[in-house]
Design a binder for this molecule. Structure first.
Ligand code: A3D
Length: 321
């Protein structure tokens, strides 16, 4: 069986980490593409020289032209500008929207059969525009956010309870922004719902609320610490988990920014909801029951995404709606 081909559009902090993780996990051959000359080639060579030490077989190449991604099975998009201190994800919109136009055209021309995972922020609006500009079917274009936000919450919960991160599941809905909706009711530790653990005296509602806030601010917390740059290890690992679920047809049920056409009462919008990811891309969108308060939070988050999409349409009316 031929090896899968993984194209990485953007060879910056996340792109380089994606290439390293894809190699270590032997997910396939990797092409790192970037507008900056020398950067993808340099990172690719560095990782290729690491392969004998870690013992993996994967071709890792760098490129500055889109034809290098031809026939890719998976494309992961990080091209654009990351957040700097004091900058919101939304400030990035105008710059990164133009980048999505170029990237969408490149994917549409050279990798029309790929499963595409967008990571560029502001995530929910960028993946919406990328799908439009690529012309790929919506079930093969998704955004990565919920897996990362969920991993952050899992880490905070595991620390709180002093248990293995492996035994903690977390559930995050909505857009990737300050209004994201972590749902404690659907978070578990070894299968025990977190609200039960509050009743058992393991933690308090106040401490849970603080963890929800910390999850919402998870990206900004790291931007503040790093001063220059943003999180990249965990974002890359989250996207790799999604790519792996597709390439190995694992059918993992994970939160992803997916195109909604009626689910949750929403149409023509990308927003984070639970979805099954397998060989065919998004194979199922899962609609969970939301109580009144949860629905209100979800609607607030969706409204924030709508505002971003409207901003995209002002800049690029041709995207249409
Ligand atoms: P960075 O290290 O700056 O890498 C971005 C790369 O994109 C650079 O190497 C640029 O040269 C390249 N680039 C810029 N414009 C183009 C273009 N037109 N064509 C090809 N390449 C181009 O950033 P990063 O890797 O730290 O972050 C990448 C993106 O991911 C940013 O938009 C972040 O905000 C976003 N991000 C999203 C999450 C989510 O959870 C959704 C988390 C962390 C970062």
């Amino acid at each position: 069986m031929a090896r899968s081909k993984i194209a990485l559009i953007g060879a910056g902090q996340i792109g380089g980490t994606l290439a390293l993780l894809a190699g270590l996990k032997e997910l396939g051959d990797v092409v790192l593409f970037d507008a900056a000359e020398g950067v993808p080639q340099g990172k690719a060579l560095d990782i290729a020289e690491l392969a004998p030490l870690e013992g993996f077989d994967a071709r890792i190449l760098g490129a500055n032209s889109y034809d290098a991604i031809e026939g890719a099975d998976v494309v992961m998009v990080t091209a654009g500008v990351p957040r700097k201190q004091g900058m919101s994800r939304d400030d990035l919109l105008a710059i990164n929207l133009r980048v999505m136009e170029q990237v969408g055209a490149g994917i549409g021309k050279y990798a029309p059969d790929a499963f595409v995972i967008c990571i560029t922020n502001p995530l929910d609006a960028m993946v919406w525009a990328l799908q439009r500009w690529s012309g790929l079917p919506p079930h093969r274009v998704v955004g990565m956010a919920g897996v990362l936000d969920g991993a952050r919450l899992r880490y905070f919960l595991a620390e709180e309870f002093d248990v293995s991160v492996e035994d903690v599941t977390a559930f995050v809905l909505g857009g990737h922004g300050a209004a994201m909706v972590p749902l404690m009711r659907y978070c578990t530790v070894g299968g025990i719902p977190v609200p039960d653990l509050v009743r058992m005296g393991w933690t308090s509602e106040e401490r849970l609320a603080a963890m929800v806030e910390r999850t919402r601010d998870g990206g900004a917390e790291i931007v503040t610490l790093l001063r220059t740059g943003a999180a990249f290890y965990a974002p890359a690992a989250a996207a790799i988990a999604m790519a792996e679920s597709h390439l190995k047809d694992k059918k993992r049920l994970m939160p992803a920014a997916v195109y909604l056409s009626g689910e949750y009462g929403l149409k023509d919008i990308y927003v984070g909801v639970p979805a099954v990811i397998g060989a065919r891309g998004v194979e199922r969108v899962v609609e969970v029951d939301l109580d009144r308060a949860e629905r209100a939070m979800f609607e607030k988050s969706v409204a924030a995404v709508e505002t971003l999409v409207d901003a995209c349409l002002k800049i690029a009316p041709g995207l249409g709606r």
